[in-house]
Design a protein around this ligand. Structure first.
Ligand code: ADP
Ligand code: MG
Length: 244
């Protein structure tokens, strides 16, 4: 479903040229759950941002269902509709209620009526377990609840794939589980997912594959059992020793 070939993303910092994503190729199948791990600064977020058309590609290509992001005819706004993204810091609109947060893009981008978008929003709020918070403002919710709102908001657009960038890293420990449970449920239902996460329990349980990044390069692309038990690369071993 997703085909990434020789992807390169370069940042220029003064006279320094940084290859934040350095010649990465991989394929993601429909309904596959892929967890991205690696040290801070290894290019995980940049990789996801490229997939969501938030960064211009310097080299290589990304295709989703045969549509090439680098093709000049590809509309990036249409592309982003199909690719849901959830960030570490929720990024909810603070001045809008939960329901309004879920309806805005549906009405503006998907051109749904107020009624249709509210119906969709309420269905998804129920799905993530916070139906009763529809008229609250984000600041009155816990971090875990805010992140579940962010997930529901992305799902309202009926994306083909969901990208999660450290969705539980900003949460108090007691709230991590409720967000991971929603993600597990989505995975079970067959959503195609790419998740940057340091939750190794989640990775072992839910991931079909682990991608390990280091200095922009994709060093390992393996099933969880193989990755955790048989990683051969010393950089992977060092990383696992630090976090497990
Ligand atoms: P990760 O998510 O794995 O921690 P990032 O993708 O955020 O890593 O960053 C990869 C590298 O690219 C880092 O060295 C970071 O400093 C750099 N980088 C990320 N975004 C930018 C930017 N907008 N401008 C310049 N450098 C950036
Ligand atoms: Mg990151």
């Amino acid at each position: 479903m997703i085909k990434v070939r020789n992807l390169v993303k370069i940042f220029e910092q003064g006279s320094q040229v940084l290859r934040a994503v350095d010649n990465v190729s991989t394929d993601i199948k429909q309904a596959e759950v892929v967890v991205l791990i690696g040290p801070s600064g290894s290019g995980k977020s940049t990789f996801l941002r490229c997939l969501n058309a938030l960064e211009e590609l310097d080299e290589g290509s990304i295709c989703i269902d045969g549509v090439d992001l680098a093709d000049s005819k590809t509309n990036h706004n249409l592309w982003r509709r199909e690719v849901g993204m959830v960030f570490q810091h929720f990024n909810l609109f603070p001045h809008l209620s939960v329901l309004e947060n879920l309806c805005l893009a549906q009405q503006v981008v998907r051109k749904r009526s107020k009624r249709e978008s509210e119906e969709k929003a309420r269905t998804l709020l129920a799905k993530v377990g916070i139906a009763e918070k529809a008229s609250e403002y984000p600041r009155r919710l816990s971090g875990g609840q805010q992140q579940r709102v962010a997930i529901a908001r992305a799902l309202c657009m009926e994306p083909k794939v969901m990208l999660f960038d450290e969705p539980t890293s900003a949460l108090d420990p007691e709230m991590v589980g409720e967000v991971l449970d929603v993600m597990k449920q989505l995975a079970k239902e067959g959503m195609t997912m790419l998740c940057v996460s340091h939750e190794m329990g989640f990775a072992r349980e839910v991931a079909d594959r682990i991608l390990f990044f280091d200095q922009g390069r994709l060093l390992e692309d393996a099933a969880p059992a193989q990755f955790f038990e048989q990683a051969s690369d010393p950089r992977v071993k060092t990383f696992l020793k630090q976090i497990l």
